[in-house]
Ligand binder design. Structure first.
Ligand SMILES: Cc1cc2nc3c(=O)[nH]c(=O)nc-3n(C[C@H](O)[C@H](O)[C@H](O)COP(=O)(O)OP(=O)(O)OC[C@H]3O[C@@H](n4cnc5c(N)ncnc54)[C@H](O)[C@@H]3O)c2cc1C
Length: 421
C-alpha cells in the first residue's frame, strides 16, 4: 500500500450482494458519488458459500429488487444458485453500480467526521459507509465441537456441497431450520441414515389454502412489520429461518417439516447439549419444542385467516386448513456414542454469524452484534448497515425485503451528508 495515493469518495458501500447493490441504486438515484467494494465477485456469497442443490425458498415472483424483478416463465418456481447469481448480476448491470471486485476491506476507521477505508488495493476516505457485508459470513457451531472424536468428520454449510462429499454411513445433522431440514432430507435420500438434532424451530407448511405460505407472509403484511413495532426485537432478530424448501417447479413444491422428515426415515433427537466421553448428549424436551412450534404455526395461520376475512380475500383462496401436530418419536434417544461408528459425519446447520473483524470502530458488542437502530449505526454518525435480520422490517434479510430498507437508510444517509454541508 505504501506510496499509493489516497482516494476520496463521498460514500463507500462494502459488499456487492443484493443489499450493497440496492444501496448503490438509491445512492445513484440521488447522484451521491460512491463506490461498492467487493472482495470477490458480484453475488459472491451465492457463488461460493451455498451448497450445490440449493434453491431459494422464496418463489420467483417474490424475487424483486429496486426497478428489477423476475420476468421468466415460472413465477411460482424457485431459483437455483446459478439463477440467483444471474438475477443479481443483471441488477448490478442495469443499475450501473460502480462495483470494484477483488477489493477486500481490511479496516474501517473513524477519523474526525470521516472514515478511512483500507483495502488490499489502497485507502479510500469518505464521509459515509454502508456496511452490506451480509449476515451470514461464518457458520456458527457450538464450542463442544472440539470434543468430538476425530473419527467423525465435521462439515458446515460452507464446506458441504452435496452428499458425495461425505463418507458413507450415518450422519448427524444439527439444527432443524431451513438449512438443517434441507440437508437432512438430501442426505437421507442419498441412502445415509440421518439423525436430526432439533432445538427451537419455525414450522411452516409450504402452501396454505392453495397459496405459497410466503404469499401469505407478504400479502397479509406480516413481513412488513417494522422493527420499532415489534415487542421483543432481540428475539425477533434471533428467530431461526423457517422449515421451507424450494422446488424445481411449483407442482413439485412440498412441505418439509419434521413429520415429513420422520416419514422419510430421519431420526429426531433433542437439542445437542454437550459431549461427554465421546458421547453426544441430547436434551429430552422434544415434546415441548414440538408443541411450541406447532402452537406458533397455528397462531400465524389464525393471523392469516383473520386477515383474509377482514380484507375480503376469502373467495380468492381455498378454505382454512389445519395440520397434524408434530409427532413425538417413540424412542426418545438421549445420547449417541460417537465412537461406535454409527455416525460418520456431523453437519452443523446451527446458523450463521456476521464477521466484523475488519471494523475498527467500537460499535460491535461482545456477542459480535452491530449496534444499530434500523440500520443507522449508533454512536458513529455516517455509518450504516443493511441486510441484517429485522433491520427495519421482518423481511429485511430476504431479497425482496431490501428495497424499503435501502431506500430509508439512504434517505438518512443523504440527510446526514446534507446536514454536514
Ligand atoms: C443458506 C441460505 C439460504 C438463503 N435463502 C434465501 C432465500 O431463499 N430467499 C431470500 O430472499 N433470502 C435467502 N437467504 C438470505 C439472504 O437473501 C442471503 O443471505 C443474501 O446473500 C444476503 O444478501 P446481502 O447482500 O445482505 O449479503 P451477501 O449476499 O452475503 O453479500 C455480502 C457481500 O459482501 C462481501 N464482503 C464481505 N466482507 C467483505 C469485506 N471485508 N470486504 C469486501 N467485501 C466483503 C461478500 O463477498 C459478499 O459478496 C438465504 C441465506 C442463506 C445463508
Amino acid at each position: 500500500m505504501e506510496g499509493r495515493a489516497i482516494e476520496r469518495a463521498t460514500t463507500v458501500v462494502i459488499g456487492a450482494g443484493h443489499a450493497g447493490l440496492a444501496a448503490s441504486r438509491f445512492l445513484g438515484d440521488r447522484s451521491i458519488d460512491h463506490v461498492v467494494l467487493e472482495r470477490g465477485e458480484v453475488a459472491n456469497s451465492w457463488r461460493r458459500e451455498r451448497w450445490d442443490s440449493l434453491r431459494l425458498l422464496t418463489p420467483n415472483w417474490l424475487s424483486r429488487l429496486p426497478g428489477h424483478r423476475y420476468e421468466g416463465p415460472d413465477p411460482d418456481g424457485y431459483m437455483t444458485m446459478g439463477e440467483v447469481v444471474e438475477f443479481i448480476e443483471r441488477f448490478a448491470l442495469a443499475s450501473r453500480a460502480p462495483v470494484r471486485t477483488g477489493t477486500n476491506v481490511t479496516s474501517v476507521r473513524r477519523a474526525g467526521d470521516e472514515y478511512h477505508v483500507t483495502t488490499n488495493r489502497g485507502e479510500i476516505r469518505c464521509r459515509a459507509v454502508v456496511i452490506a457485508t451480509g449476515a451470514c459470513n461464518r457458520p456458527a457451531a457450538p464450542p463442544f465441537r472440539d470434543a468430538i472424536p476425530g473419527s467423525v468428520e465435521q462439515f458446515t454449510p460452507f464446506d458441504y456441497h452435496g452428499p458425495a462429499g461425505l463418507p458413507d454411513g450415518g450422519v448427524l445433522v444439527v439444527g432443524a431450520s431451513a438449512t438443517g431440514v434441507q440437508l437432512a432430507a438430501e442426505l437421507q435420500r442419498s441412502g445415509r441414515p440421518v439423525t436430526l438434532c432439533v432445538g427451537e424451530h419455525v414450522r411452516l407448511p409450504r402452501t396454505y389454502r392453495g397459496r405459497d405460505v410466503l404469499w401469505w407472509m407478504h400479502t397479509s403484511g406480516v413481513w412488513d412489520q417494522r422493527y420499532d413495532q415489534i415487542d421483543d426485537l432481540t428475539r425477533a432478530r434471533r428467530l431461526p429461518s423457517p422449515q421451507l424448501v424450494g422446488a424445481s417447479e411449483a407442482s413439485e413444491r412440498r412441505t418439509l417439516d419434521l413429520n415429513a422428515l420422520a416419514a422419510m426415515g430421519v431420526g429426531l433427537v433433542g437439542r445437542w447439549a454437550a459431549v461427554r466421553d465421546g458421547r453426544a448428549l441430547f436434551s429430552g424436551g422434544l415434546r415441548n419444542v414440538f408443541s411450541l412450534a406447532d402452537l406458533k404455526m397455528e397462531r400465524l395461520l389464525d393471523t392469516f385467516d383473520a386477515w383474509a376475512r377482514g380484507d375480503g380475500r376469502d373467495a380468492e383462496v381455498d378454505g382454512p386448513e389445519r395440520f397434524a401436530p408434530t409427532r413425538v418419536p417413540e424412542s426418545n434417544r438421549l445420547q449417541l456414542d460417537l465412537r461406535s461408528g454409527e455416525i460418520r459425519a456431523i453437519v452443523w446447520a446451527t446458523g450463521f454469524r456476521p464477521d466484523y473483524g475488519w471494523l475498527d470502530v467500537p460499535v460491535v458488542d461482545a456477542k459480535g452484534r452491530l449496534h444499530h437502530e434500523g440500520g443507522v449505526v449508533l454512536d458513529s454518525p455516517g455509518l450504516y448497515a443493511l441486510g441484517l435480520p429485522v433491520l427495519r422490517r421482518r423481511k429485511s434479510t430476504f431479497v425482496h425485503g431490501i428495497e424499503d430498507d435501502a431506500r430509508e437508510v439512504v434517505d438518512h444517509l443523504a440527510r446526514h451528508l446534507a446536514g454536514r454541508r
